[in-house]
Design a protein around this ligand. Structure first.
Ligand SMILES: [Zn+2]
Length: 63
């Protein structure tokens, strides 16, 4: 299984309906609101949650 965030294929965790590698998971969980990447990852988390809410949602969130 490939990480749905970065495409790496290693140590993936199944979180909600997506696969996420340990590296991405660690990055997300260690972010703080002052981090430059915070906004970027919040968008990813929203995407993840949208998968959870709508399991059949497509990869492309833009309609
Ligand atoms: Zn990853």
């Amino acid at each position: 299984m490939y990480c749905n965030l970065c495409g790496n294929r290693e140590d993936n965790t199944r979180m909600f309906k997506i696969n996420i590698c340990r590296e991405c998971f660690a990055e997300i969980t260690s972010l703080s609101p002052i981090d430059d990447d915070y906004e970027k990852y919040m968008n990813l988390i929203r995407l993840i949650l949208s998968y959870y809410i709508s399991p059949r949602a497509q990869l492309n969130p833009v309609n």
